[in-house]
Design a protein around this ligand. Structure first.
Ligand code: ZN
Length: 93
């Protein structure tokens, strides 16, 4: 099957993450995300525009409460950053 290599990588569809197998299997239980550690997948909603996006974060060690935003999939290496880069750049300048 030609699409096999592609299907192994994460995909972003309208800013919603469709994780690759490795990532999918490592995402911690969504329903217990406030307590658990590990890779957390959350859906963020922009209340102004109503747009939704997936944010992946890692909760571990010193960052077990706030978490660290992950911009790349640790399994397939694909960029999975979903925030608006231009807007982010403006905000941080
Ligand atoms: Zn991946």
């Amino acid at each position: 099957m030609e699409a096999k290599d592609e299907s192994w990588k994460c995909e972003l569809v309208d800013n919603m993450l469709e994780p690759c197998k490795g990532l999918e299997n490592s995402i911690a239980d969504y329903y217990h995300k406030s307590k658990c550690k590990g890779i957390i997948s959350s859906v963020l909603v922009n209340t102004e525009t109503g747009s939704r996006r997936t944010q992946l974060s890692l909760k571990s060690g010193d960052y077990s409460e706030k978490g660290i935003v992950i911009n790349y999939c640790p399994f397939c290496g694909k960029m999975i950053q979903t925030y608006d880069i231009e807007q982010h750049t403006k905000l941080t300048k």
